[in-house]
Design a protein around this ligand. Structure first.
Ligand SMILES: [Zn+2]
Ligand SMILES: [Zn+2]
Length: 266
């Protein structure tokens, strides 16, 4: 992960807030979070991480102490700029003992290896994600398995799909919900249950958001969104995903569940 990727995300959040006024509020908060994560990223880069090739589970290599030290600044930021429910949660965590705070962050590292769709551990995700991205960038990319339903680097579920220009069409990748690694994935295949019948894999888009669509599965009832960079080459998938909640409303109204909620909780 290049450092400038944080700047690209921040810039994109500003642009999309203008393009999609209904998403302006959530994007304004997301921008605060991205700016905070960018500062964490600088902190992570300056520290030495375990050498590549160490055979520890990915999450065990993340530094809990760094996250514990960074938590108070995040709680203050969320109380200042976050939505009411999250701000309230931040205040409650702030009143907890430092042992309880450490336990909350530790439980995130322990719990998310399961195959269940991941809960939105907002505070832990914000704090660990820059570390995870940095660690993922130092690891050898595994040989491509274009039907792997979880991240080949850290084992988390995908957040969003992305179609990147390739020849006359596009190649589909999945983006990890935790470490942001992208891995190639077959076009007609459900990442949850492996359904391959295109008649059971409904796609949904709306006219005013041509580059993002819902990719759902009638067999397991899960969905994720897909960002088509052959249509909008300036898209930043994780940010475009947050900006298009209107599509999530459609999917949920039609009985689908999201594979992984985004950082903003939907
Ligand atoms: Zn990952
Ligand atoms: Zn499925």
């Amino acid at each position: 992960m290049k450092k400038t990727d944080w700047d690209k995300r921040i810039q994109r959040a500003v642009e999309l807030a203008q393009r999609y006024p209904s998403a302006a509020e959530v994007l304004a908060f997301y921008r605060h979070i991205l700016e905070f994560q960018k500062t964490l990223c600088a902190d992570v880069v300056s520290r030495s991480l375990p050498a590549a090739g160490v055979k520890a589970a990915f999450r065990e290599q993340l530094d809990l102490d760094i996250a514990i030290r960074q938590l108070p600044a995040l709680l203050a930021l969320v109380q200042r700029t976050g939505p009411a429910k999250l701000a309230h949660e931040a205040a409650e965590i702030g009143r907890a003992s430092s042992e309880q705070q450490g336990e909350m962050l530790r439980s995130f590292l322990l719990s998310t290896n399961s195959n269940e769709p991941e809960l939105n551990h907002f505070f832990a995700r914000v704090l660990f994600q820059p570390q995870a991205e940095h660690l993922a960038a130092t690891q050898q990319t595994q040989s491509a398995d274009s039907s792997a339903s979880v991240c080949p680097v850290c084992g988390a579920r995908p957040l969003v799909a992305v179609l990147r220009p390739e020849g006359d069409g596009g190649k589909r990748f999945l983006v990890c919900s935790f470490c942001s690694t992208e891995w190639e994935f077959r076009r007609i295949l459900c990442p949850v249950c492996g359904e391959q019948d295109h008649k059971k894999l409904p796609r949904y888009s709306v006219e005013d958001i041509p580059s993002v669509r819902v990719e759902a599965c009638d067999t397991c009832k899960y969905y994720l969104k897909s960002v088509d960079m052959t249509i909008d080459g300036l898209a930043v998938p994780v940010v475009d995903e947050v900006a298009t909640a209107a599509l999530d409303v459609w999917a949920i109204d039609h009985g689908f569940h999201k594979i992984s909620p985004n950082l903003m909780g939907f």
